[in-house]
Design a protein around this ligand. Sequence first.
Ligand code: HEC
Length: 128
Amino acid sequence: MRWMGFTAAAAAFFVLGAVATSGTARADGDATAGQVIFKKCALCHSPDTGVNKIGPSLHGIVGRHSASIANFNYSPAMKAFDKTWDAAQLDTYLTDPKSVVPGTKMIFPGLKEEKDRQDVIAYLSTLK
Ligand code: HEC
């Protein structure tokens, strides 16, 4: 009956392989790739708590309310925006900042590739 053991091992190998493959095929972003994309943001944004540059600190941004860093001077447009930065809201905003928040002083053309946005949002979720 040794062949049965072999079949079970082969089946287990097959299942594990399938799980690993579907894992990489998921749509969720890749935080490591996102950290590289964040270089485009880092000119203006720090990932550290309490460090504002041209833009506010992005520490804890995922789940944070818009315009909620007390010592950052937001534009009237961003103050009026009044939304929570969840992944979906960030995705919309980062596609084209100035059309989502007309009058924002974030001078950034946006990330046109969905994968870039998903990756950078995955990285932003690690900043907590
Ligand atoms: C040229 C500078 C600049 C770049 C580059 C930039 N930002 Fe900004 N960002 C700003 C400024 C300034 C604000 C404040 C906007 C306002 O008050 O209208 C802002 C605001 C934001 C906010 C809202 C923060 C809050 O507290 O409500 C998010 C989220 C954000 N930026 C994410 C990003 C990400 C992610 C990138 C890179 C993909 C990026 N920004 C690139 C300057 C920049």
